[in-house]
Design a protein around this ligand. Structure first.
Ligand code: HEC
Ligand code: HEC
Length: 344
């Protein structure tokens, strides 16, 4: 009796699987294309070998929000990269993966990725199209194998249509998945902040923002270079080494002692919403970051020479810099429905 019931239940479950009532209508992604805002340098990653189409973007978006990418089907890329936090992980010092396991680095914001000459805090990956296996196979992030993810995606009814639209047939391969994800991530452009509008002449800074900008240009811009607010170099900005983690930074990749404790200069776009800060998320606020530069820069053989004497800032300058940094928040980007989960 019990067995018969079970079989009946399985039969119902199987039928409901094959019609999958959960599928939501696909929402359009109008206007997705490669963008190089006026005055910006040429991007590093070009879509020449991965031509952008709306359907590939939509497939990439679905995969980015797909928990099947993780061993226990709970964790998607978006678990650690949340749109309202400029695709960083809001409030988490270290990223949380499957089974609540903790990584040892802070999840960075994802924006304007095509300008990055390398990815990760230590630049360990240099091509956006081969990035996804890093989190997918990392035991404390998604803990999966690529073969198993391909199997799960192949078995999912929803993806048959998405792959067919994107690639003409429903064959799932890692290369197809990763190219589609690269289209989604690579077209997350943030260039509509107040700062950008001031540069275009359609808005103006308040006195405090203007003063903050002047101080920033004097004291910060040599590393946080406009218009992307990073020079994409690896530098040691004088953080005391966390002896529990002992993260050697760039040297982890190059094995060169001259690279010890150097990390990729992060962009400061959307910095207001992408805390906690630094590679290990040690600082909760922008004030903490400024206090670091004025008072806790640790010297050492690889400290960036620009910071030998720290950076002097008085209280007024600190609050003006923060006012300026907040003009880098791009509200349009943070709420752009084309990048949202609800959109698939
Ligand atoms: C468990 C949390 C977690 C998950 C899940 C996750 N990431 Fe990340 N992501 C991170 C962390 C932490 C880093 C920084 C890694 C480092 O520097 O070692 C990172 C870095 C990145 C970067 C590099 C950004 C830069 O500026 O260098 C990209 C791109 C990225 N992730 C995309 C993805 C994609 C795509 C997925 C899904 C396949 C994904 N992430 C899943 C936590 C996560
Ligand atoms: C010598 C180069 C250099 C200078 C000068 C510099 N920074 Fe940085 N900054 C860095 C590097 C490198 C990091 C990343 C360190 C890490 O991840 O551990 C960083 C990180 C930050 C962060 C955290 C970003 C994040 O996403 O976690 C903020 C905020 C910041 N800097 C603001 C400033 C401000 C404001 C100034 C000027 C007062 C300044 N920086 C001057 C190199 C520099």
């Amino acid at each position: 009796m019990k067995k018969a019931f079970c079989i009946l239940f399985l039969a119902i479950a199987a039928t409901s699987c094959s019609v999958d009532p959960e599928i939501k209508p696909i929402v359009a992604a109008d206007g997705i294309k490669e963008i190089i805002p006026e005055g910006w340098p040429q991007p590093f990653y070009r879509f020449t070998d991965n031509p952008i189409t709306t359907d590939k973007f939509i497939l990439g978006r679905a995969l980015f929000y797909e928990p099947l990418f993780s061993l226990d089907n709970t964790t998607s890329c978006s678990s650690c990269h949340q749109q309202f936090a400029a695709f960083s992980q809001n409030g988490h010092q270290f990223s949380h993966g499957i089974n609540g396991l903790l990584g040892k680095r802070n999840a960075p914001a994802l924006q304007n990725l095509t300008w990055n000459t390398s990815l990760m805090h230590d630049g360990g990956v240099n091509n956006m199209e081969v990035f996804p296996p890093a989190p997918m196979t990392n035991p404390v992030e998604m803990g999966e194998t690529l073969d198993h993810v391909v199997q799960k995606i192949t078995a999912s009814y929803k993806y048959k249509d998405l792959f067919r639209r994107a690639y003409g047939d429903d064959t799932v391969t890692t290369q197809r998945m990763f190219k589609a994800i690269a289209q989604f991530m690579g077209t997350m452009y943030s260039y509509n902040s107040k700062y950008d509008k001031v540069k275009q002449g359609s808005e103006s800074f308040t006195a405090s923002e203007q003063n903050g900008y002047s101080v920033f240009v004097q004291k910060c811009v040599s590393c946080h270079k406009e218009p992307l607010f990073t020079d994409y170099q690896f530098r040691n900005n004088g953080l005391a080494v966390n002896t529990n983690l002992n993260d050697s930074g760039r040297a982890h990749i190059t094995q060169n002692p001259a690279d010890l404790y150097k990390f990729k200069t992060p962009s400061l776009r959307n910095i207001e919403v992408s805390g906690p800060y630094m590679h290990d998320g040690r600082y909760m606020t922008l004030n903490n970051c400024l206090d670091h530069y004025t008072s806790s820069v640790v010297s050492g053989p690889t400290l960036d020479p620009l910071l030998n004497a720290g950076i002097s800032l008085d209280a007024q300058e600190k609050s003006d810099i923060i006012a300026f940094l907040k003009t880098l928040t791009d509200h349009q980007f943070l709420s752009d429905k084309r990048y949202s989960e609800s959109n698939q």
